[in-house]
Ligand binder design. Structure first.
Ligand code: GRF
Length: 201
């Protein structure tokens, strides 16, 4: 059984996609053992509670030093028994210490086809605003391993989504979620659970 910890900051629709996939039996051999948020009011925490998944809020500002914060995050994830850390809209830059603690065992979902529209400052609607202003005709989503850079780790899987005439950032964001993100994330987790996508040990 692959045990996963999902790290969130917001609405948690990607978390919901994984919960739904597990509960419906589409995603097998996987258990969500922890939902960790940096925001106490993240709706993702409500989703976790509604589905009986252990959840915790860990805020940087509650710790005296960055090292204390890292320790709290690492301890919470280790105590949960998670084999894999899934970043699903987690808007905190991870330290080198954290990344090393779970080397090649952290994945992230990003709402563009990396290397387009990624890196520092490209999050949320900003990604889709940039895609529309550049005039690309195809965008999509990427799941990648996390290294110490922003959106620089090895790409695992991508899915393309068409940009349509008249798209607003909000409309495009929704289409990228529905057609790519919510399918891609469970698909990658299934690949990891099945041993087809090797992770660190
Ligand atoms: C998604 O677009 C994801 O790709 C990005 O942050 C957003 C999170 O949305 N990393 P949600 O909280 O899963 O609804």
């Amino acid at each position: 059984m692959l045990k996963i910890a999902v790290l969130v900051s917001g609405g948690g629709t990607n978390l919901q996609a994984v919960i739904d996939a597990v509960e419906s039996g589409k995603l097998t051999g996987t258990q969500i053992v922890l939902v960790l948020s940096n925001k106490p009011d993240a709706y993702a925490l409500t989703r976790a509670k509604e589905h009986g998944i252990p959840s915790v809020c860990i805020r940087k500002k509650d710790y005296d030093t960055p090292a204390d914060y890292d320790r709290a995050m690492i301890d919470a994830i280790r105590e949960s028994g998670a084999d894999l850390v899934v970043l699903a809209g987690f808007l905190v830059v991870l330290s080198e210490t954290f990344v090393q603690a779970f080397a090649r065992r952290i994945i992230n979902i990003h709402p563009s086809l990396i290397p387009s529209f990624c890196g520092d400052g490209f999050y949320g609607l900003k990604v889709h605003e940039a895609a529309l202003s550049r005039g690309v005709k195809v965008t999509g989503a990427t799941v990648h391993f996390v290294d110490s850079g922003t959106d620089t780790g090895p790409i695992i899987m991508q899915k393309a989504v068409e940009v349509r005439e008249g798209d607003t950032p909000e409309i495009l964001q929704r289409r990228v979620m529905e057609e790519a993100e919510w399918k891609l994330l469970p698909a990658v987790i299934q690949g990891i659970a099945d041993g087809e996508i090797p992770i660190g040990n």
